[in-house]
Design a protein around this ligand. Sequence first.
Ligand SMILES: Nc1ncnc2c1ncn2[C@@H]1O[C@H](COP(=O)(O)O)[C@@H](O)[C@H]1OP(=O)(O)O
Ligand SMILES: [Mg+2]
Ligand SMILES: [Mg+2]
Ligand SMILES: [Mg+2]
Length: 342
Amino acid sequence: MLCRIVQQQLSDAEKVDKQDDSPVTVADYGAQVLVAWALSRVDPDTRLSMVAEEDSASLKDPSGAAMLQRITDIVNSVVVEAGGEPLTGDDVIALIDLGQSAGGPAGRHWVLDPIDGTRGFVGMRQYAVCLGMLQDGEVELGVLGCPNLPQDLITDEDGGAAAASRSGEAGRGCLFLAHRGAGAYAADLWDAAAPLQRIRVNDVADNSGARFMESFESRHSDHSFTGQVARLMGVTLPPLRMDSQVKYGLLSRGDASIFMRFPPPSYREKIWDHCAGFVIVEEAGGRVTDAGGARLDFSRGRWLDLDRGIVAGPPRAHAALLTAVAAAEAARAAAGAGSSGS
Ligand SMILES: Nc1ncnc2c1ncn2[C@@H]1O[C@H](COP(=O)(O)O)[C@@H](O)[C@H]1OP(=O)(O)O
Ligand SMILES: [Mg+2]
Ligand SMILES: [Mg+2]
Ligand SMILES: [Mg+2]
């Protein structure tokens, strides 16, 4: 709800100042505070271990005082509505700081990306609030809140209308959740009493009918390489380009059957960018691995250790993906050798 309010304010203010990134900062911190607050409230006697994206350094600085006040005000508007006591600025900082855990292979760690897909949030497209729970190195729970995602299967060819945000529009707002061993589910994000629907990946028999997903932002993933992989797989549909972990939700629901992410080699993936989506896809019957075929390992701390990129899909499509990635890399290496020799 907090994110939806802020994105709406952002769209109202769009014409005034497009360069102002502070609204998204308020929503990033605000969502992190609210999730930490809600989890602490459920289990007040245990100090939470959280691995979360945002830290409070800039808010502790005197120059951050106005921002801290804005965050505290918007958080309190939700806290009070939920029947809680208003938080002070110090409470807000303490809740943000819960997110500085190093994670690792032992014990319980909550893993949070308060807004995944910041570029999508600012661009009035897709974003997700992503919470996972690690127990002794294994992802046990995952929840994705996707305020702008259509509740119905995406059927238009390139998904363009679905990728664009229609914040507040009827039929938008999906919750995806999974508990290891108990399946993956989807529900209406705005209705806590809505029935959960079991979801499954869609293992299409023929790749020519498969749809593949990748980042909206070409800086986040190499669109030309993924296009080459898709061609080698026999995919004919255009890519569905969307921001954030909503793609893992769509894979789990069967809107698309192939996910690829190939960031620049220097980019290091963080666990909060994949943790919740990972268990949802696995519980929906899919696989999520690096490009070398190794299952993602969330037990090594705040970062993932990956061989090149991430690929995901139902078992058959996933196997075809690994083969096609290897072929695309061989072709690229051969072309590189050819051009350097000429
Ligand atoms: N240079 C980058 N390369 C790859 N991913 C990035 C880069 N910068 C930020 N990201 C992260 O990539 C994810 C977005 O994935 P997608 O491209 O699929 O939408 C987000 O977690 C985003 O962080 P953030 O959580 O701050 O938005
Ligand atoms: Mg993220
Ligand atoms: Mg984020
Ligand atoms: Mg960020």
